[in-house]
Design a protein around this ligand. Structure first.
Ligand code: SF4
Ligand code: SF4
Length: 339
């Protein structure tokens, strides 16, 4: 990146972790990126977006910032300002239209979080870990879900759908009580879902009889939607320098939105850097396939994170490749970094 960053306001996109999550990327690594950007003449700021789900602490900008402080991401520690990219209510963004996505597709229009859309350059720091819907969360997930507005996040989650199974429902009402959006109304045979639903899945996690489920191909559809949102972000930033760094550290079954995110599946396996987020994710998956799984998980390579989360992590990468975000073909150059 030498020379490319000179005078550019550079977004350092990281996941600051849900309140109390302790397997997110360490603030010290973010600081190293900030210092490198400054050394190359850039003007860094660290950023993250609000969440769609209401059960954590990051539904609004003040919550994102207080969680960040709790987890060690302060301006003093990072050496740069911290901004919530999608604004106070999570809806501040800039729109881009994907011309190659059908006109009836809710993900044809992608709203990129304002601070990222307006940045002069970006360094995307992605913690590689599992995710219950996408199998793995890496660079594609950080782009699609991490760099878009709350409304765009809801459109991505709408892809996995939500089925209410009346057969198994015992009409306990827990789901309706848990819905913070007033989208569930209890009837005689169970809950009825209204238009206010944002697909946050709080009700599904709450249901003890597993009567609330995704569509049978929900995880595939979710990953396809994730790739479309990621395409919106990369196309928005197409005329600016962007680097992707994937951290294969503290690899848990679940993502950094969980606090805690469970036992480790893999120990540390390195840090990847690339201009291509698809290559970074495919290389991450391949490296994990060659890394010893911590005993006790009962899953063997390939795609241990996908197997643990009942999907294939390749779906998002293939979709991203079709959308010309990048390529799954890559050349791996290995170095031992001592500093
Ligand atoms: S939580 Fe599950 S079992 Fe209880 S009312 Fe809702 S769907 Fe039915
Ligand atoms: S109905 Fe369920 S998925 Fe929809 S907003 Fe309410 S809790 Fe979230």
């Amino acid at each position: 990146m030498p020379g490319e960053l000179s005078g550019r306001r550079t977004a350092v996109k990281a996941h600051f972790g849900e309140l109390g999550n302790y397997t997110h990327i360490r603030p010290q690594f973010v600081r190293r990126a900030v210092d490198a950007i400054k050394a190359h003449g850039g003007e860094p700021f660290a950023t993250d977006t609000t969440t769609l789900y209401p059960t954590g602490n990051r539904l609004s900008a003040p919550g994102v910032l207080s969680s960040a402080r709790y987890n060690g991401f302060t301006e003093e520690a990072l050496g740069c300002p911290i901004a919530v990219a999608d604004g106070p209510d999570g809806e501040s963004g800039a729109e881009i239209v994907l011309d190659d996505v059908g006109s009836g597709d809710p993900l044809r229009r992608i709203r990129v979080a304002r601070c990222i859309a307006e940045a002069g350059a970006a360094v995307m720091l992605s913690h590689v870990k599992g995710h219950p819907l996408s199998g793995m969360g890496g660079a594609i997930k950080n782009l699609g879900m991490g760099c878009t507005t709350k409304g765009c996040k809801a459109s991505q989650h709408a892809q996995h759908g939500l089925i209410f199974d009346r057969e198994g429902c015992i009409a306990c009402g827990r789901c309706a009580a848990a819905c913070r959006f007033g989208a569930l109304e209890m009837g005689a045979g169970g809950p009825a879902r209204g238009d206010a639903c944002v697909y946050c899945l709080t009700c599904m996690w709450e249901c003890e009889t597993r009567s609330i489920r995704l569509l049978p191909d929900g995880k595939e559809r979710f990953q396809e939607g994730l790739a479309k949102a990621a395409a919106g972000v990369t196309r928005m930033l197409a005329d600016r320098p962007v680097v992707y760094m994937n951290f294969l550290m503290d690899v848990t079954q679940f993502c950094d939105c969980a606090a805690p995110a469970g036992q480790l599946v893999f120990q540390n396996a390195g840090i990847l850097a690339s201009r291509d987020p698809v290559a970074a994710d495919k290389a991450s998956l391949d490296i994990l396939d060659r890394t010893a799984v911590i005993p006790g998980w009962g899953k063997d390579p390939p795609d241990v994170l996908g197997k643990l989360n009942d999907t294939s992590c390749l779906i998002q990468m293939r979709a991203a490749e079709r959308l010309r975000i990048g390529s799954m073909n890559y050349e791996l150059v290995e170095t031992l970094c001592r500093s």
